[in-house]
Ligand binder design. Structure first.
Ligand code: GLA
Length: 378
């Protein structure tokens, strides 16, 4: 597959579900994965674009006599090819997890048995195995590979890119090294997405800190190559509705991959409504592929702006504080041309309003984010 085809594969940021934040290592089984896939369809998330079902770390059972990876027979009694086929039958795509070194992160942090799970020295065999199983998406996670391989990060990740490129099966390539090696500088030609930070936690300070770390990265994202601020924590921890709205609104402004990691079947209806907000999903998936830039920040809140295909702009007014605040942004600040008719669509209210002043100026509740899509009429 050519690099151009590889980029086309993730022309907009991938969306779906990943097992990690729901069940971590201990609770991963094929049943959990199938239930998630079924729930994505049943709850309208698949129709909204959440199509990738990704099995994270702790699916592996070791290697067979020919060195081929096998799945854990207790956790995955039907095997990965069968699971992938069942996910495909639901109209969804299937993803899996591997590492460039000798050990996975769960070998280090979750006492997962050391069964020779890493892809170091077996990149080709593992890539071919995944393609043979019907894998559509690979999460390739660094996990201290500097201790077990001679490669630098760009080298190790490029090696698997080259193996995926040889295959006939298109596989989205998601890499993860927590932003430590500034992957936005070298990953765009080899990967479809790259993690930019340490693991997200289902807590407000983690979300605010990750948003902060994206402010300098806007210029590096483009169609086929996305900054990945890590997965959505909807349904986990004790985030309030306003905090979830901000989490989602900002991930959409950032052109972030959108992966749920919770029990989708039991997710509160008000959170499903946030996740399927058509205006926000359209901003995340905008074909121009420009990540939002931060144009103002301070105690009173933050202003982010994103150019959209067709000349529209998305503006987010983000209040990270526990107090309601008034946030204003002039067209000058936003880079919006002063124009006779500018219509603002409030994505939460679904309402339209013509702007008579050359600014967006609104009250933003504690921890909340208001987002407007500006269209220049006439
Ligand atoms: C790392 C990654 C997580 C997850 C775990 C699996 O921590 O950042 O997203 O994949 O490894 O062990």
């Amino acid at each position: 597959m050519s690099d151009q085809m590889q980029q086309q594969l993730a022309a907009t940021p991938p969306m779906g579900w990943n097992s990690w934040n729901q069940v971590r290592c201990e609770g991963l089984t094929e049943r959990v994965v199938l239930e998630a896939a079924t729930a994505l369809v049943d709850r309208g998330l698949a129709a909204a674009g959440y199509r990738y079902v990704v099995v994270d770390d702790c699916w592996q059972g070791g290697r067979d006599e020919s060195g081929r990876l096998v799945s854990d027979p207790v956790r995955f009694p039907s095997g990965i090819p069968d699971l992938a086929a069942r996910v495909h039958e639901l109209g969804l795509r299937f993803g899996i997890y591997a590492v460039p070194g000798a050990q996975t992160c769960a070998n280090y942090y979750d006492d997962y048995p050391d069964l020779d799970l890493g892809s170091y020295g077996r990149e080709r065999l593992d890539a071919e195995t995944f393609a043979g199983w019907g894998v559509d998406y690979l999460k390739y996670d660094w996990c201290r590979a500097e201790q077990t391989t001679p490669y630098t990060r760009p080298e190790a990740f490029a090696l698997m890119h080259d193996e995926l490129a040889r295959l006939r099966r298109p596989i989205v390539y998601a890499i993860s090294e927590y932003g430590e090696g500034e992957p936005w500088r070298w990953a765009p030609p080899i990967a479809n997405l790259w993690r930019t930070t340490a693991d997200i936690a289902p807590e407000w300070p983690s979300i605010v800190s990750i948003i902060e770390q994206q402010a300098a990265l806007a210029e590096f994202a483009r169609p086929g190559a996305w900054n990945d601020p890590d997965m959505l924590q909807f349904g986990n921890g004790a985030l309030t509705l306003a905090q979830n709205r901000s989490h989602f609104a900002m991930w959409c402004m950032l052109a972030a991959p959108l992966f749920l990691g919770t029990n989708v079947a039991s997710l509160a209806e008000e959170l499903i409504e946030v996740l399927t907000n058509a205006d926000l999903v359209a901003i995340d998936q905008d074909p121009l592929g420009r990540q939002a830039r931060r144009v103002a920040t301070g105690d009173a809140g933050q202003v982010w702006v994103r150019e959209l295909a067709g000349g529209d702009f998305a503006v987010a007014l983000f209040n990270q504080t526990a107090e309601s605040t008034h946030i204003s942004a002039s067209f000058d600040l936003l880079g919006v041309p002063v124009h006779a008719t500018v219509v603002a669509r409030d994505v939460w209210a679904g309402s339209l309003q013509q702007l008579h002043e050359a600014s967006v100026s609104v009250e933003v509740a504690a921890f909340d984010t208001r987002v407007f899509r500006l269209s220049l009429g006439g």
